[in-house]
Design a protein around this ligand. Structure first.
Ligand code: XIL
Length: 486
């Protein structure tokens, strides 16, 4: 029978995450030094995903510190132009005078750094050329102009685009509505058919390897809106072109923008089931414009709010890790200095992973930690993603005892040991060959008499199925660790 010989004895000397400034490396998380070679994208790859990316643009090229981070392919493996590829930016001057220069600069930089490039966005109701918004269109004239814009733009970028945001924000912004937005010029002139029409023309022009996405906000918050996106997928797949062709309009993915606010992030089970709504349709998904802002910056966020932001980031990252078809995560800018949120929502902000001085915030360390743990597990063994009570859990069969040294709280640091084991390619286990289970959830139940409750998101290593003695534990947000033995 398992006997707990030492447990729960470090809560006093491990300070809570919230105790320090937003830019510090939490004592509970890896130190900055540990993570220097482990950028978010590298960690994401090690966790079995395709990319961790960011939006950026030409207007930030002069900021050297910003550029150093953008151009570090370990940190960001996917780049998306924040504005320069929007229709209104490409055709700023006269009708038909398309200028790709700015986007080409960003695309070339991404290529030079070996980063994927996401193309954003072909058909969106905002940031349109002024001639588009001021002309009085007929169905025919608008269709022709839309088709020309799609074909010219998609052809120009060709195979450079990992994916295209073909249509963005076609759904109504009313909460709990699954209807299409009627404020969009395209809807007003062409009705719902502008959506499959756009996917059809993009499908004809795009490189077959480029993924074609529908991209929207609040899909992660509103089940009705998510259902609206499902309806859009069917609309596209059932489309018959003007020349009578069927099955030619392709859609490959759904981008969940995820412009979220601290304390209002959906739960992990809710997020994973939204992602699965789409992956069940044989689509890939990604969090496409992630930021988790404070809903008020005045007074400055306090320690509790900062800690909540860290947890909220962990929840979103864990959701992507938990769903096989979630290919990656892209943040909509990584520094609070340039976040679009403070312009779009005055008084709100502070939602990025880096502060205004390009220093990693607690949110960055929280994200890195979730990814690292997922990657450790994946490298440590044949990764098995299991879902336990709707939470993320990963089981590892292993052959090496995990017993750590260093670290806080009494001389053992299981995380460091696990990291070492992973780096050297060793497998991990309790000494008797039982499994280790690592959970990145909020509460993992004890369904089969194996495992233990895990609190506060990916904070604790859990040993399952012990028959002999096992080492390991980890810690919770409020800091404890211990050793189990039998
Ligand atoms: C935003 C940019 O970040 C801002 O700089 C610009 O002023 C407005 O657009 N959803 C989208 C993005 O798909 O293109 C938007 O980007 C943010 C919301």
């Amino acid at each position: 029978m398992a006997r707990i010989t030492a447990l729960l004895f470090a809560s006093l000397f491990l300070s809570p995450l919230s105790a320090a400034s937003p830019t510090r490396a939490s004592p509970l998380l890896a130190s900055r030094q540990d993570t220097d070679n482990e950028g978010l994208h590298s960690l994401m790859l090690a966790a079995g995903k395709l990319f961790f990316g960011t939006a950026t643009d030409v207007r930030y090229l002069d900021n050297k510190a910003h550029q150093a981070i953008v151009q570090n392919p370990n940190e960001f493996g996917m780049i998306v132009p924040e504005n320069s590829q929007k229709w209104g930016e490409l055709e700023k001057e006269d009708k038909g005078k398309v200028d790709f220069t700015n986007t080409d600069i960003i695309a070339a930089q991404a290529k030079g750094n070996g980063q994927l490039f996401r193309c954003h966005v072909l058909v969106w109701g905002a940031q349109l050329p002024s001639y588009v918004t001021s002309t009085s269109w007929t169905e025919k004239t608008l269709s022709d102009v839309l088709q020309a814009h799609i074909t010219t733009t998609v052809t120009h970028f060709g195979s450079q685009c990992y994916s295209w945001d073909v249509v963005s924000e076609a759904l109504s912004s009313s909460p709990d509505s699954n209807t299409l937005s009627t404020t969009s010029l395209f809807h007003q002139v062409l009705g719902a058919s502008y959506i499959p029409f756009s996917f059809y023309w993009t499908s004809l022009a795009a490189d077959p390897s480029s993924k074609l996405y529908y991209n929207d906000f609040n899909l992660e918050l509103s089940p009705s809106k998510a259902q609206g996106a499902v309806d859009i997928v069917h609309l596209i797949r059932n489309y018959t072109s003007p020349t009578g062709e069927k099955n030619k309009a392709r859609i490959d993915g759904i981008g969940l923008q995820s412009h979220l606010f601290v304390s209002s992030v959906p739960s992990l089970p809710s997020l994973t089931s939204t992602l699965e709504l789409f992956t069940n349709l044989s689509l890939e998904v990604s969090f496409s414009e992630l930021d988790i802002s404070h809903s008020s910056l005045s007074p400055s966020p306090n320690a509790t709010q900062i800690e909540q932001q860290e947890k909220d980031y962990m929840t979103v990252i864990s959701a992507c890790l938990a769903v096989k078809g979630c290919v990656g995560i892209t943040v909509w800018g990584f520094s609070d200095k340039y976040s679009w949120v403070k312009d779009a929502f005055p008084g709100k902000g502070g939602g990025c992973l880096y502060d205004e001085n390009m220093k990693n915030k607690g949110s960055w360390f929280a994200v890195a930690e979730v990814l690292r743990r997922a990657g450790v597990v994946r490298r440590g063994a044949v990764a098995v993603d299991a879902s336990l009570d709707g939470e993320v859990a990963v089981a590892v069969n292993s052959t090496t005892t995990v017993e750590g040294e260093g670290g806080g709280g009494g001389g053992r640091d299981p995380d460091e040991a696990v990291r070492k084991a992973a780096r050297s390619g060793e497998l991990m286990r309790g000494v008797n060959g039982t499994e280790l289970m690592v959970a990145a959830g909020e509460e993992v139940g004890d369904a089969q008499g194996k495992g233990q409750g895990v609190v506060n998101g990916a904070r604790r290593w859990v040993v399952t199925g012990w028959g002999g003695w096992v080492v390991v534990m980890g810690w919770g947000f409020w800091g404890f660790w211990g050793i189990l033995s039998s």
